[in-house]
Design a protein around this ligand. Structure first.
Ligand SMILES: *[C@@H]1O[C@H](CO)[C@@H](O)[C@H](O)[C@H]1NC(C)=O
Ligand SMILES: *[C@@H]1O[C@H](CO)[C@@H](O)[C@H](O)[C@H]1NC(C)=O
Ligand SMILES: *[C@@H]1O[C@H](CO)[C@@H](O)[C@H](O)[C@H]1NC(C)=O
Ligand SMILES: *[C@@H]1O[C@H](CO)[C@@H](O)[C@H](O)[C@H]1NC(C)=O
Length: 512
């Protein structure tokens, strides 16, 4: 890059040159723009920060040098850091950091810095001391340095987020509990330790993390958490995805009385969910046990959800087949979102949701839900979204308008892949708020729109059905905001469809 190339671009604020094999930048290359704010030189061949002329970068907010060839932090001092909020140095070859290296950014508050994927050899103890960052990413940096050395380097830092995780291609790291004592000198609210191993996990391993709010232990090779832990008592979010718990009880959740969000998704073996395991989580709002092959000993879900009276979201998708007790969700009457996709259940009573007066979304896709039980949605007065994908309709004809009389506020209805051949004329008439109906991947031979309350503003999806001809009368009354998707139907191109084809020519919406 030679001098003055942007001479006539005074308003230029964002300059993205990612992936260019830059080897030289003239000292006046950035003169011209009055206030360049974002400079992305990622994936270049730049070897040193000192090779970037900083004179005209006084207003810089974002500096991205990820994936370059930078070997050290030399040159950091020549930049103006006061406005910078993001410094990306990930995937470089920086191998050491000393206290003096970071001196130039000591007075900047709220910056995000990423060193992800640098193979550090040494970090001077206290190198990050008194830095006040928004986030710091040191993930995937443990190939040549041990965990304790990195943490000693971080002592004295204040940062909202801290990522000390690993990636699949990294070799194993075993964190000794003693190393985590450094956290007594680190102020952090959101910590990521994904893919790490704990060498000697015990009841005081996390005792210095009393201030932590969010902890991500995705795939941290855990089969239990200690019984009586100190620390972590202020945690609000805990992610334990892709571990090896044999039962939810082994998480010992009474250590986390302030938890509002718990995720144990993708557990690597079938996850038992014994009674009253989560009883102490009085303020829990979201529980995600999806993809964990949850297996229950008794009927679902009141004994398991005992105590979770504040729960708003329950995700039990991809669980093992289970039996629902009558009124299975009375332990959590405030539920707003319920996801049972790909989970088979047997009912004990015809109206399982009758106490869920706040439920807004219900996903029963691929759950073998039978719509012959006309009272199944009884009680769902505020339901806005109902996903019934993949539940075959017996006989192919969807009838019984009573089915939907319980869900007057429904806006989105998904009935795709239900083997529907036809539906009753007035089926959806009572649904005055209906805005989206997905009837794709069925066996409908007719496009029928007379069953809807209004065609004023509605999105209909009839894709992948068996519709051959379309009676133009059925779509004439579409309002401006309405659409119908008829892709992948065997529509014929002969005179029977002449009017329809003309209509399409005049009314096609181009998706962009
Ligand atoms: C932690 O474990 C040790 C040894 O197993 C035990 O002596 C101690 O009482 C435990 N601490 C708490 C708080 O339960
Ligand atoms: C439930 O979990 C699955 C898989 O993790 C996810 O795709 C889905 O969006 C979740 N459902 C809700 C309602 O959050
Ligand atoms: C269930 O359906 C809802 C709404 O369509 C969707 O947000 C959610 O991701 C679905 N869950 C799964 C597991 O696909
Ligand atoms: C158009 O094709 C369909 C399906 O092949 C056929 O049923 C119909 O009779 C045809 N109409 C005319 C006018 O040829």
């Amino acid at each position: 890059m030679y001098e003055d190339i942007f001479k006539y671009q005074p308003d230029l604020e964002v300059l993205i040159l990612i992936g260019n094999p830059l080897v030289f930048i003239a000292s006046r290359a950035f003169s011209g723009p009055l206030a360049l704010k974002n400079l992305s030189l990622g994936e270049s061949k730049i070897k040193s920060l000192s090779d970037i002329p900083s004179d005209n970068l006084a207003y810089l907010e974002v500096l991205d040098l990820g994936g370059s060839d930078i070997r050290s932090l030399d040159g950091l001092s020549s930049f103006h850091w006061q406005n910078v909020n993001s410094l990306q140095l990930d995937m470089n070859s920086i191998d050491r950091i000393s206290q003096t290296d970071l001196q130039p950014i000591h007075n900047v508050v709220g910056m995000s810095i990423s060193f992800k994927g640098n193979d550090f050899v040494s970090i001077e103890p206290g190198a990050f001391q008194s830095l006040n960052l928004s986030s710091l990413d040191i993930s995937g940096c443990f190939r040549k340095i041990n965990f304790s050395s990195i943490l000693r380097g971080l002592e004295g830092i204040t940062t909202n987020k801290l990522n000390l995780g690993l990636y699949e291609t990294d070799s194993n790291v075993f964190i000794p509990s003693a190393a985590l004592q450094s956290f007594c000198k680190i102020l952090v609210t959101d910590l990521d330790l994904q893919l790490q191993h704990f060498l000697d996990l015990n009841n005081s391993t996390f005792h210095c993390l009393e201030g932590l709010k969010k902890l991500d232990l995705t795939r941290a090779h855990l089969d239990s958490l200690p019984f009586n832990m100190t620390g972590l008592s202020n945690l609000s979010h805990l992610v334990l995805d892709e571990n090896r718990f044999s039962d939810v009880c082994n998480i010992n959740t009474k250590n986390f009385p302030m938890l509002t969000h718990l995720s144990v998704s993708g557990n690597l073996k079938p996850l038992g969910f014994s009674n009253r395991c989560l009883e102490s989580l009085r303020v829990l709002e979201e529980l995600d046990l999806s993809h964990s092959s949850v297996k229950l000993k008794g009927p679902c879900c009141n004994d398991q959800l005992f105590g979770l009276s504040e729960l708003k979201l329950l995700n039990l998708s991809y669980s093992l087949p289970m039996v629902w007790s009558s009124q299975p969700f009375s332990a959590s009457p405030q539920l707003e979102h319920l996801d049972f996709s790909h989970s088979l259940y047997a009912l004990n009573d015809s109206s399982p949701f009758s106490n869920l007066q706040s439920l807004r979304t219900l996903n029963l896709s691929w759950s073998n839900t039978s719509l012959t039980n006309m009272h199944i949605f009884n009680g769902l007065k505020t339901l806005q979204l109902l996903n019934l994908k993949g539940n075959p309709i017996q006989g192919g004809v969807l009838s019984h308008a009573e089915l939907f009389k319980y869900v007057p506020l429904l806006e989105t209805l998904i009935l795709s892949s239900c083997k529907i051949t036809a539906f009753e004329e007035n089926l959806f008439k009572g649904l005055t708020q209906l805005r989206q109906v997905d009837l794709s991947e069925n066996k409908l031979v007719r496009l029928s729109t007379s069953g809807f309350y209004s065609l004023y503003s509605i999105q209909l999806n009839f894709a992948s059905n068996a519709i051959v001809t379309v009676d133009v009368g059925s779509i004439m009354n579409f309002g401006k905001g309405s659409t119908v998707d008829l892709s992948y139907n065997p529509l014929v191109c002969n005179c029977s469809n002449f009017q329809f084809i003309n209509w399409v020519k005049k009314n096609t919406v181009n998706e962009n």
